[in-house]
Ligand binder design. Structure first.
Ligand code: HEC
Length: 269
């Protein structure tokens, strides 16, 4: 019994001391004051665990949703730039003065680094499902104008089209593409990215069909929800696509010899 009593007294006394330390105001919680190592470790653990427990059920939303991304950017602008900055924004009192310092999220490479580890596979690699030999046949060789502002993506798509036997003209912007169309050059098919600075693929498609009525257009889009009705009549291929998907879409457009899609337009001559 004596032992339990002693333990209880020790417990009470330590609790009282703990409460006293808390109450004394000795512990600094200012956001710009470095903490003592044990306090830092305690806070760090509390924060990490708090995030880990609550993050379990969070589903990362699809970044293909343009409206959602725009909304998020607006929220970031309204709530986060003061501490985490944005491209072109000078440092602020908050971004400089806090401890720990807020990572500059506008800079590639700042912040926490995530690492992914993959097990090394044993044995033979399997051939991909669609071997090149199985690509859908193209009805004819065609002259294709490919438009994408991202050089890497454009040249990769162009390489696929060339591999299918087509001759390819590349343009990095909608207006460069319109120049090519205006030049009278022979073009059988326009393949264009949807989201480009300056002129969207859907706008380019309309203007292109003004210049060349009946020109078939294939819209490459990573964005599931174009504005309602936007480019409604246009065949599209969602990114990322495989070479076989592209070959199929292009082959079907070339064999249709389709009449002009979308609303007919009157042109003054
Ligand atoms: C008052 C300043 C402040 C504001 C406002 C703020 N943060 Fe932070 N944020 C911080 C600080 C400080 C850290 C670093 C904490 C640490 O390292 O322990 C941080 C960390 C982060 C991290 C973790 C970064 C990493 O790589 O570990 C993310 C992500 C983040 N904030 C996002 C946001 C978002 C999104 C908003 C707006 C909704 C926001 N923050 C608003 C101060 C702020």
């Amino acid at each position: 019994m004596g032992v339990f009593k002693t333990l209880a007294v020790i417990g009470l006394v330590s609790a009282a001391i703990g409460a006293g330390v808390l109450y004394s105001g000795l512990i600094e919680v200012g956001a710009d004051v470095p903490h003592a190592a044990p306090v830092h470790a305690l806070l760090e653990t509390a924060r990490e665990r708090s995030i880990a427990v609550r993050a379990r059920d969070i589903r990362v939303p699809g970044l293909a949703d343009e409206a959602l991304v725009r909304n998020g950017a607006g929220n970031y602008d309204a709530m986060c730039v003061g501490c985490h900055l944005a491209p072109g924004l000078a440092e602020t009192e908050l971004s400089k003065g806090l401890y720990p310092a807020p990572p500059n999220l506008s800079k590639v490479g700042s912040g926490t680094t995530a690492e992914l580890w993959f097990p090394v596979a044993e044995g033979q690699a399997q051939a991909p499902d669609v071997a090149d030999g199985n690509l859908p046949q193209q009805p004819r060789r065609a002259a294709i104008l490919i438009v994408d502002d991202e050089n890497l993506v454009r040249s990769a798509t162009a390489a696929m089209l060339r591999e299918m036997g087509h001759s390819v003209i590349e343009a990095a912007t909608g207006s460069a593409a319109l120049d090519r169309l205006n030049s009278g050059e022979h073009i059988d098919l326009l393949v264009t990215d949807y989201l480009m600075p300056g002129m969207r693929g859907s706008e380019l498609a309309e203007d292109a069909q003004d210049i060349r009525p009946g020109l078939p257009v294939l819209l490459l889009t990573g964005y599931a929800n174009l504005a309602k009705g936007e480019a409604a009549g246009l065949p599209r291929l969602s990114k990322p696509f495989r070479e076989a998907d592209l070959a199929r879409a292009v082959a079907s457009l070339l064999s249709e010899g389709r009449p002009q899609r979308g609303k007919p337009r009157l042109r003054s001559v």
